[in-house]
Design a binder for this molecule. Sequence first.
Ligand code: GDP
Length: 423
Amino acid sequence: AAGQGLLRFITCGSVDDGKSTLLGRLLYDAGTVPEDQLAALARDSRRLHADDGDALDFALLTDGLDAEREQGITIDVAYRYFHTARRSFIVADCPGHEQYTRNMATGASNAELAVVLVDARKGLLPQTRRHTYICALLGIRRVVLAVNKMDLVGCDEAVYRGITDAYRALAQSLGIAEVACLPVIAPDGDNVGSRSSRMPWYTGASLLELLESADVTPLRAGDFRMPVQWVNRPDQSFRGYAGTICGGRVAKGDEVIVQPGVQRARIARIVTADGELDSAGDGQAVTLCLDREIDVSRGDVIADALHPAPVADQFACHLLWLGDNALLPNRTYWLKLGTRTVNARVMSIKHKVDVNSQAKLAARQLLLNEVGYCTLGLDDEVAFEAYADNRTLGGFILIDRQSNATVACGMLDFALGRSANVH
Ligand code: GDP
C-alpha cells in the first residue's frame, strides 16, 4: 500500500550540488521545522546574506553537522527523523566527499531508497556513477533522481531530458528497478514540497509526494530468521533469546531450528517490551522462549525449521574496501555477520570493479574505496542468505584484528561450499 510505514532513505550528491539546501527545504516544506528553529533560520540567513532580502538559506538547517565535522568530531552518518501526515521518514545524511564512501555505505545499507542529486549544469559526474553503483551494490532498488539548479539552465526541458535519459540507462545497467526523476530548484522549493509553476512541462509528483508514496515492500524472502543478540537469563525460571527478526514471521507453537546447528524446538512464548504476542514479524525486537532446553548462544540464528537458512563456510562475495591499508589476501580478519563474529580470510580477488564504467579488472589487492569480487573462507560455518535476498544475513563487515577498524563491508553472493578443513 502506498504511503504507509517508515521510509528510510539516503541522499547522495557531489559537493555543492545543493544537497544541504534540498534536505533543508524538504524539512521546511514538510512542516517539520519548529518555530524557534525557523526564527533562528531567518536571523542567520539575514546575517549571512545581507544582500538577499528575506530569502532563507535552507542549507543552514542541515549544516550544523558540517560544522561539527570540521571540528573533527566524528559523526559517521547523521540520521534525521521527520514525519508528515502520511508517513514517517529516517534520512541518512552523508557528506559528498569521496573519502566518505564508508559513511555512504553505512547509510545505504539501511536505506530502501536513495535520492541522488545532480546539478543541471553539470549533468552526471563520476561521483554520480560511483554513488549509484554503491547504492545498487548495497541493495537499494529505488532511486529518485533530483536534477537541481534548473533555474541556472533556464528551466530548459531538453537539458533535463538529456540528464534523465543518461541516468535511466546507468541505473538500468546496475539493476536498479525503479527510477523516478524530477527537476527541482532547491532554495525556492520548486517540485520539493509542491509543484513548480516555472516548469509546467513537468507534470509528475513533487519530491515530498514521491517520498510519501514510495512503495517499500521488502524485497527479501519471507522465511522466519532471527539472529540472537543475547541470551536473557535473569533467573532460573526464565530463559529467552533476544534479537530483531530479520525476515518472515514467527508464531507461538512454530517449530524452529537453531543454526548453524541442527537442534530444533518450538516457540513457547514471544515476549516484547509491550507485552507478550502470539506472533511477530520482520523488524520487531523480541525475546523468544523455547519449549525445551537447548544450547543457544549469541550469534546463532533461530530460523523456520521447515525452511532453514543455508549454512556454509566458503563464499563468493563483493567487498567494498574501506581500510587505509590495502586488502591483503590470506590475512585473517574478524567477520561480523548478523550477530556472529568469526575469523575470515579473503582467499582470492577474482576481479575488481571500476565503479565508473563497471568494467571488471584484474587485481592483486584492493585499495581504499575499491570494490572487488572475492572468495572468502571462514573458520566456522555460519547461517546466511544471499545479500540480494536478505541484507541482514547476507551483509557483513570485516574488522582488522590489530586496529579494531572496520576495513570492509561485504555482500554475500553464494556459498562455494562447506569444508571441515578451511583452516
Ligand atoms: P551541498 O554541498 O551539496 O550540500 O550544497 P549546498 O546545499 O550547500 O548548495 C551549494 C550552493 O548552491 C549554495 O550556494 C546554494 O545556495 C546553491 N544552490 C543549491 N540549490 C540551488 C538551486 O536550485 N539553484 C541555485 N541557483 N542555487 C542553488
